[in-house]
Design a protein around this ligand. Structure first.
Ligand code: DQA
Length: 150
C-alpha cells in the first residue's frame, strides 16, 4: 500500500488549546484520527507524527526518501525560515515522491512574516486555510496524482 508520512512541526502538539480561534478546537489526536480515516478511504496508509525539534523532522524527511513514502508536511513556524527543512523537503520531491505543504490557517492572510514559505518552492503543491480539511485535501491530492500517473 502507498505510504504517506503526515509530519507536523513545532507547537502543533498544542492543537486544541493553542489559539483555537486561529487553529480550531481539534487536538493533534483528533487530527491523527481524521487522517487515518481519510487515508483509508483513499487507499493510502498514513502515519501522523509531530515534533518541536527541527533535526527530528529533517530526519523524518530523510526517512521518507529512504523508505519511498510520500509526505504531507505542516512545517508550522519552520515554514518561514528553516533552510534545513527546505533542503530536506527538496530531497523528497527530487527523488520523485510527492510532498504537499499544508497549513490549518491561511498564512498569506496573517502577519507579514508568515507570507514567506521557504518550503513552497520545493513542494509539489500547497493547501492552506481549510483547518483540518487542509489535510484531507492534501491526501486527496496525493491519491489523485498517483492515480493519474498509474
Ligand atoms: C501553521 C501556520 C504557521 O505560520 C504557524 O507558525 C503554525 C501553524 C498553520 O498550520 O496554519 O504553527 O503552519
Amino acid at each position: 500500500m502507498t505510504r504517506v508520512l503526515v509530519l507536523n512541526g513545532p507547537n502543533l502538539g498544542r492543537l486544541g488549546v493553542r489559539e483555537p480561534e486561529v487553529y480550531g478546537s481539534a487536538t493533534l489526536a483528533d487530527l491523527a484520527a481524521a487522517v487515518d480515516g481519510w487515508s483509508r478511504e483513499l487507499g493510502l496508509e498514513a502515519e501522523t507524527r509531530q515534533t518541536d525539534d527541527e533535526s527530528e523532522i529533517v530526519g523524518w524527511l530523510h526517512e521518507a526518501v529512504d523508505s519511498r513514502a510520500h509526505v504531507v508536511l505542516n512545517p508550522a513556524a519552520f515554514t518561514h525560515y528553516s533552510y534545513a527543512l527546505r533542503d530536506a523537503a527538496a530531497q523528497v520531491t527530487t527523488s520523485g515522491l510527492l510532498l504537499v505543504e499544508v497549513h490549518l490557517s491561511n498564512p498569506a492572510a496573517r502577519e507579514e512574516f508568515r507570507h514567506t514559505s521557504v518550503v513552497a518552492a520545493v513542494s509539489t503543491g500547497t493547501v492552506a486555510g481549510f483547518g483540518l480539511d487542509s489535510y484531507r485535501l492534501a491526501l486527496g491530492a496525493v491519491a489523485g496524482r498517483l492515480a493519474h500517473n498509474a
